[in-house]
Design a protein around this ligand. Structure first.
Ligand code: S5P
Length: 509
C-alpha cells in the first residue's frame, strides 16, 4: 500500500496521528518503502520542476561548459516538506543498497540541508568539511565528531564530473575517514560515475537526468524541441548544446499556409506585435463590448463563449464585428463542438447563434475524428473560415491522454487546409503552417509561499496556469489565450499591454 502512495500523503497521515501511532507509522513506512520506484521518480521530477529547480535556457556550469538546462537544488531549503520527502527517498536508497556508515557528510552547500534532514530524521551524526580552515577558535577543517577509521557516507545533490565529491573525499581520507560510497539525487550523466568509481567511490543515485527529462516530456512539461535538444546532447551533460533554430516570423508562417484565416491572423499578429487572444468570458453584454473596445487594439483575436452571454442578440454580433474591423482582430467562437457530424453541422450553421456567419475561427474537440472537420467544411463553403482542434486541455486531472493528443495531431496533419492548428499546452506539430494556441495563462506574480519561481498555479475549479513567457519560450507554443487575467484585472489595459509585450517578445526572441 505504501509503495503506491506518494510519500507526501504518508507524511500527512503521519502528521495527523497521535505521538505513539506516529512513531509506529514512521517505522512501518520506512521499513517497507525502501526502493525507488517509477512513481517515486515521477513524483520527484514533477515536484522539482514545479518548484523551479529545473531551469531551461543557456547556463555556464562550474566546469565551464554551457548547458541548455540547469538544476538548482538550492531551492529545496525553501520547501521544507519536499526537502524532507526527498531526503527520505535518499535514505531509503541508502537502506536498499545496504550501505554501511558511521557518519554522513553533505558536500557544501546544496547537499547540507539534505544531509541535515536525513540526520535529524534518522538520528545519524553528520560531519561537514569546510572549504577553508577557520582562522580562529579550533581552526578545524572538518566539523563534527568522528574517529579514525569511521566510515563516512557522502551525500550530494547533483553529480556531473564528480569532482566536488572527489576533492572533499581526498581531505576526509587524509583525516582518517574511510569513504567507499556516495549517495546523490541526480546523475547528470557526465563522466561523474566513472570518475567516482576510479577513485574508489561507489555511486548511488535516485534519478538519471535522462529519466527526469523523459518524465517532464511525457507529462507535457517540456516541448518536443527542448526534449530533442536535450536528447541530442553528448551524454546529456551539456557538452554540446544545440542552439535552437530561429523561429519563422508569423508573416512567414502565414505564407506557408493555404488557409486564408491563418494568413490574416499571422499578418495581424506581426502588424500589431501581439500573439495574444483575449478570452471575453463576460456574461454581461455591455461590459463585454466595453472590455473588447478597450483591449481590442492590443490583441490579434477575441474569443467568445456566446452561450454564456445574457441577452444574446444579432445586434450584439453586429457590434462585435464592428469592433473587430475597427481594431483589426479576428473573432473565435470557443464552441468546442463534440457531437456527430450531422448535429455539429446544425449547431454550426443554425440555432440562435448561427456561428458560421460571424466567427472566423471555431474550436472543436478531436474525439469525433475527421467527420467533424467534414461537417464544418460543408457548412462554411463560400466563406473564409477555419477551425482549431483541441488536443490538450489546461484543466487539471482531465482525461486526455498522450495517445489521444497524438491522434489529434495526426488528424490535423491529414486534414488539409480548413484546420489552422491546435488548442494545446505546448508545441506539438513541426509544420509551420499550423498554429498552437495555449490557454491557462497568467502573468507571473508572487504566489504560493511568496515564491515567484513557481510556474504553475491554479484557480479554485481546476484551471491550471502557466506564465506567458513559459508558454511561448519554453513550451514553444505560438499564441496565448487569456481571459480573467485581463478582464478581472484592476487595470485591464495595463494587463493586456504587458501580456502582449511579454508573449510577442518571447516569440521573436
Ligand atoms: O484547455 C483549455 C481550452 C480552452 S479553449 N482551457 C481553457 O481554459 N480554454 C478556454 O480558455 C476556456 O474556455 C476559457 O475561455 C479560457 C481561459 O480563461 P481564463 O480566465 O482561465 O484565462
Amino acid at each position: 500500500m505504501y509503495h503506491n502512495n506518494s510519500i507526501n500523503n504518508v507524511i500527512f497521515l503521519i502528521d495527523s496521528c497521535s505521538k505513539c501511532n506516529r512513531d509506529f507509522f514512521i517505522f512501518f513506512f520506512k521499513y517497507f518503502h525502501n526502493t525507488i520506484m517509477h512513481g517515486d521518480k515521477k513524483h520527484i521530477s514533477l515536484k522539482l520542476y514545479e518548484i523551479g529547480a529545473i531551469k531551461f535556457g543557456s547556463f555556464v556550469l562550474k566546469s565551464g561548459i554551457t548547458s541548455p538546462y540547469y538544476i538548482d537544488l538550492r531551492l529545496l531549503r525553501s520547501y521544507p516538506l519536499f526537502l524532507r520527502t526527498l531526503s527520505n527517498y535518499l535514505f531509503n536508497k541508502i537502506r536498499a543498497d545496504h550501505i554501511s556508515y558511521d557518519v554522513i557528510c553533505g558536500i557544501p552547500n546544496t547537499a547540507l540541508p539534505i544531509a541535515t534532514s536525513i540526520s535529524l530524521d534518522q538520528n545519524i551524526p553528520t560531519i561537514f568539511k569546510r572549504d577553508v580552515i577557520k582562522e580562529h577558535g579550533t581552526k578545524t577543517l572538518i566539523e563534527g565528531l568522528y574517529k579514525k577509521d569511521d566510515k563516512c557516507l557522502i551525500i550530494e545533490d547533483v553529480v556531473t564530473s564528480g569532482n566536488s565529491i572527489i576533492d572533499s573525499v581526498k581531505i576526509l581520507r587524509k583525516n582518517g575517514l574511510i569513504i567507499t560510497d556516495a549517495c546523490f539525487v541526480i546523475d547528470r550523466e557526465g563522466d561523474g560515475i566513472q570518475n567516482l568509481t576510479s577513485n574508489g567511490i561507489k555511486a548511488h543515485y535516485l534519478l538519471k537526468i535522462s529519466e527526469l527529462m523523459e518524465i517532464l516530456f511525457e507529462n507535457g512539461k517540456i516541448s518536443p524541441d527542448i526534449y530533442q535538444t536535450f536528447m541530442k546532447m553528448d551524454n546529456y551533460s551539456g557538452k554540446t548544446p544545440t542552439i535552437p533554430t530561429k523561429r519563422l516570423t508569423f508573416s512567414e508562417r502565414g505564407e506557408t499556409s493555404k488557409n486564408g484565416v491563418t494568413k490574416r491572423l499571422c499578418k495581424i499578429i506581426d502588424d500589431k506585435k501581439s500573439n495574444l487572444v483575449f478570452s471575453a468570458d463576460i456574461s454581461d453584454l455591455d461590459r463585454l463590448l466595453k472590455m473588447v473596445d478597450l483591449v481590442g487594439p492590443h490583441v490579434c483575436c477575441v474569443k467568445t463563449h456566446v452561450d454564456i452571454i445574457n441577452r444574446f442578440s444579432v445586434d450584439f454580433i453586429n457590434k462585435l464585428k464592428a469592433l473587430a474591423s475597427q481594431h483589426n482582430f479576428l473573432i473565435m467562437e470557443d464552441r468546442k463542438f463534440a457531437d456527430i457530424g450531422n448535429i455539429l453541422k446544425l449547431q454550426y450553421e443554425g440555432g440562435m447563434y448561427k456561428i458560421v456567419e460571424w466567427a472566423d475561427i471555431v474550436t472543436v474537440h478531436g474525439l469525433i475524428g475527421h467527420w467533424a472537420i467534414e461537417a464544418l467544411k460543408k457548412v462554411s463553403i463560400g466563406r473564409e473560415r477555419a477551425c482549431l482542434l483541441v488536443a490538450e486541455m489546461s484543466c487539471q486531472d482531465n482525461f486526455l491522454t498522450n495517445d489521444y493528443t497524438k491522434n489529434v495531431c495526426n488528424l490535423v496533419e491529414a486534414s488539409g487546409d480548413f484546420v489552422m492548428g491546435l488548442v494545446c499546452q505546448r508545441k506539438l506539430l513541426d509544420n509551420p503552417s499550423f498554429l498552437h494556441f495555449t490557454p491557462g495563462v497568467k502573468l507571473p506574480q508572487t504566489l504560493i509561499n511568496g515564491h515567484e519561481n513557481i510556474k504553475k498555479y491554479q484557480d479554485d475549479l481546476g484551471q491550471a496556469y502557466n506564465t506567458p513567457d513559459y508558454v511561448i519560450s519554453q513550451a514553444m507554443s505560438d499564441i496565448i489565450i487569456v481571459g480573467r487575467d485581463i478582464y478581472e484585472s484592476l487595470d485591464p489595459l495595463a494587463a493586456v499591454t504587458r501580456l502582449k509585450q511579454i508573449s510577442y517578445k518571447a516569440y521573436t526572441d
